[in-house]
Design a binder for this molecule. Structure first.
Ligand SMILES: Nc1nc2c(c(=O)[nH]1)N[C@H]1C(S)=C(S)[C@@H](COP(=O)(O)OP(=O)(O)OC[C@H]3O[C@@H](n4cnc5c(=O)[nH]c(N)nc54)[C@H](O)[C@@H]3O)O[C@H]1N2
Ligand SMILES: Nc1nc2c(c(=O)[nH]1)N[C@H]1C(S)=C(S)[C@@H](COP(=O)(O)OP(=O)(O)OC[C@H]3O[C@@H](n4cnc5c(=O)[nH]c(N)nc54)[C@H](O)[C@@H]3O)O[C@H]1N2
Ligand SMILES: [Mo]
Length: 695
């Protein structure tokens, strides 16, 4: 046996922390992983999902060879074929489809299974642009939040998460970092030790709320009203920063007028369920116990009024001039700070014409109702749409269409892979090369392969580049290696990337962007120019008005398209589970033990009204479907009328064969075409006998 050596790798999953991992390898076998102790965000530890990464890599669910479906669609019977046969079949079918229906009959469907520049970004651009395939609007996660943020701030990155160490008040708003960004949470905990107070605004008593000095247990989806009520108090009591408002914002007087006349604390208390005293206290703490930072999450945006909620909350730091201070301001995402050469990676120049677009939240509708042309060929990678997309009964109905040719490139036999015509084996992060940015810190990182590919698995880019060549595309970019693409991504003369070369990253693994300050407070160290049309923070936005929104922040209630709140009186929230990452890791024994069972938290009042006791199985249902969940009855966790179910179990492992996305709506959010997972009306009943788990 040879010695154990450690390779510098990067956690590729869709999480703000993007950890620096050290992989221990012996004789080509992965023994384990640990967090890189030198990385200032990773700090030598990994979360409970990835710290046994070898269990994912060597999972019994791994797809190791190409397969072709033999039984009926959805039956799950496949036979092994060679790569050549698989690629020949795909190319022949695509050529046929394109000749008969045009390239828009091909739909790529992907998200962020890996967030690598090579195996996500280059894959999402090059071939599909060249082909003129239907464009996929990648809206399932962040676009509503980004659009809301953008109206107020312009799409510019927020504060460095490491700057929260200097905060005295931290408001975590619609985010659960104790589960969804544990390394961000570590910074917050350290700030608390140094005297910061942590306030969590969430309709559920999350793990993060359990760590808080104050949990503001808000009525779901009323956060705009709360933010406007806080502004009322700030202006009324003279706690606003008038010089900052005059110099760096647009429309503050109109906003002041609106909040003073329309959002008195009494009205806001009625809407939000937060008492007048608490609203006043929160506003005063925020303005006076400084620096004050807001850590804003994506969960809040996944409502029909989500974009406007984010836009409204994002106005708050400007009112008190919080952007001027290290430890003040707001963080939704750091991604806009990374100045990589993304045009070189994605190649938008290859696109000719203007192919139609499909919103990824409405995959079922697209597969079942689009015509001229219908979607005839679907290519899925980095994503598990059968289980993660809303309204999954419609999605599955679409995937079962006999005339649809579906290819799924996957690491695992997911719910989606089992519905494919051709399944291709994908390498994991331990088996390929890639470059990473992050949305929750400011480090660029290189992932080096630690072990050879398992079975016949191949990286996304290798397969898409070969498909491109076999389709007859002769451009040089389809002969680029992963290393070529990484070098192209780094080829800019932006000062933030000075000295951050491929060779540097090979040696060191990671490098922090060379920003003017560290920790970086963009508007303290920068020049207070914002990426809005006016260059200022737009409290009043003409752009929003042109797009059909109220030009000022406002409160609009959430509304499920089923409409009738009497038939379905409970609103189900289904945010991130602690031990799963969307559906990733949800197939593993260790993480399943952590989550125990598909569960639903509900208030004792709602439970009693239906004869449900703690530990009962319940059927949750609405017009879209039904699922079976174990009841957790707790007044501490939820308010009446709200239920909370951590997501996402695989359909395969869910009683009755469906996870919570059988209930969620494919209606779009108010902005950015975003998802609305958390605006989901349901009814519940006690369930004495449980339908079997289909394996
Ligand atoms: N363990 C784990 N980590 C993850 C993930 C995972 O699945 N598991 N997913 C990753 C991904 S893809 C993402 S996008 C991020 C998401 O991570 P977060 O940004 O934390 O988002 P969510 O977990 O969806 O929701 C966060 C909180 O928003 C609350 N919420 C819902 N509606 C409202 C509302 O109207 N108002 C307020 N104030 N709060 C509301 C929910 O109760 C929840 O506690 O996490 C990433 N990290
Ligand atoms: N009810 C409910 N539903 C939700 C959410 C919610 O909060 N509630 N959250 C939503 C959010 S925020 C998001 S981002 C989406 C996420 O939805 P997805 O992007 O589908 O996320 P995962 O479930 O992690 O599935 C990613 C898949 O990519 C595969 N994969 C990983 N790396 C590679 C690779 O290198 N190559 C290939 N070919 N495959 C790879 C993994 O094996 C995995 O099956 O889910 C959404 N769904
Ligand atoms: Mo996400």
């Amino acid at each position: 046996m040879s010695d154990i050596h450690e390779i510098k790798t990067v956690c590729p999953h869709d999480c703000p922390d993007t950890c620096a991992m050290l992989a221990q390898v012996q004789d080509g076998r992965l023994l384990g992983v640990r967090g890189n102790p030198d990385h200032p965000m990773t700090r030598g530890y990994l979360c409970c999902k990835v710290n046994h990464y070898e269990e994912r890599v060597y999972s019994a669910d791994r797809v190791l060879y190409p397969y072709r479906r033999v039984g009926a669609k959805g039956e799950g019977r496949f036979e092994r074929i060679s790569w050549d046969e698989a690629l020949d079949t795909i190319v022949a079918r695509w050529k046929q489809v394109i000749a008969r229906y045009g390239p828009e009959a091909v739909l790529p469907y992907s998200y962020a299974g890996t967030m690598g520049i090579v195996n996500m970004s280059a894959c999402d651009g090059r071939l599909w642009n060249r082909m003129g395939a239907t464009r996929l609007l990648r809206t399932i996660c962040s676009t509503a939040a980004e659009a809301g943020y953008d109206y107020t701030m312009g799409w510019s990155g927020g504060v460095d998460p490491e700057s929260l160490l200097y905060s005295k008040t931290i408001i975590v708003w619609g985010m659960n970092p104790a589960s969804t960004g544990t390394h961000q949470m570590a910074v917050i905990r350290e700030a608390q030790k140094r005297g910061a107070i942590l306030i969590v605004i969430d309709p559920f008593r999350t793990r993060t709320a359990e760590c808080a000095d104050w949990h503001v247990h808000i009525q779901h989806a009323t956060d705009s009203a709360l933010a406007l009520g806080l502004m009322h108090v700030l202006f009324r009591d003279g706690l606003h920063d008038e010089p900052f408002l005059c110099e760096h914002t647009v429309g503050w007087e109109a906003l002041r007028e609106r909040v003073l006349t329309q959002y008195p604390p009494e009205r806001v208390a009625e809407i939000t369920g937060i008492s007048v005293d608490d609203i006043e206290r929160l506003a005063h703490l925020y303005a006076t116990r400084r620096p004050s930072a807001i850590r804003l999450g994506y969960g809040i945006a996944r409502n029909t009024n989500g974009g406007m909620m984010i836009r409204t909350i994002t106005c708050l730091p400007a009112i008190i001039g919080a952007w001027k201070e290290l430890g003040g301001g707001l963080l939704l995402s750091t991604s806009a700070h990374f100045p990589l050469n993304m045009n070189a990676v994605k190649r938008p120049d290859l696109l000719q014409g203007n192919p139609r677009a499909v919103n990824m939240n409405q995959l079922g509708e697209a597969l079942l109702t689009l015509n001229n042309p219908s979607v005839m060929a679907l290519y899925v990678y980095n994503c598990n749409p059968a289980a993660v997309a809303p309204n999954s009964n419609r999605v599955i109905e679409g995937l079962l269409r006999e005339d649809l040719f579906t290819v799924v490139h996957e690491q695992l036999w997911t719910d989606t892979a089992r519905l494919a015509d051709i399944v291709l084996p994908a390498t994991t992060q331990m088996e390929h090369l890639d470059l990473h940015t992050a949305y929750g810190h400011l480090y660029v990182q290189l992932n080096q392969p630690a072990i050879p590919p398992l079975g016949e698995s191949r990286p996304n880019w290798d397969v898409l580049a070969e498909l491109a060549r076999r389709m007859g595309n002769t451009e040089q970019c389809f002969r680029d290696t992963a290393e070529d693409i990484i070098r192209q991504a780094l080829s800019t003369d932006h000062p933030y990337l000075q000295g951050i070369t491929y060779e540097y990253l090979q040696e060191h693994g990671f490098a922090k962007l060379r920003t003017p300050g560290d920790p970086f407070a963009p508007y303290l160290h920068g020049d207070m120019r914002f990426k809005t049309p006016s260059g200022k923070i737009e409290l009043y936005s003409e752009r929003a008005q042109r797009d059909g929104y109220d030009p000022l922040p406002t409160y609009v209630p959430a509304q499920d398209e089923q409409g009738d709140a009497r038939r379905y009186p409970i609103n189900l929230l289904s945010p991130a589970a602690h031990h799963f990452l969307n559906t990733s890791f949800a197939n593993q024994e260790r993480t399943q033990k952590g989550e125990r069972e598909p569960r639903i938290w509900l208030h004792p009042r709602d439970a009693e009204a239906r004869g449900i006791r703690q530990g009962d199985w319940v059927r949750a249902y609405n017009d879209r479907g039904e699922v079976f969940l174990r009841a957790m009855v707790s007044a501490r966790h939820v308010r009446p009328g709200v239920a909370w179910s951590p997501s996402l179990w695989w359909h395969r492992d869910s009683p009755g064969g469906r996870n919570v996305n059988a209930l969620t709506s494919d209606r779009l959010a108010d902005m950015g075409g975003g998802s609305t997972f958390h605006t989901c009306y349901i009814e519940l009943e006690r369930q004495d006998s449980l339908p079997p788990v289909e394996k």
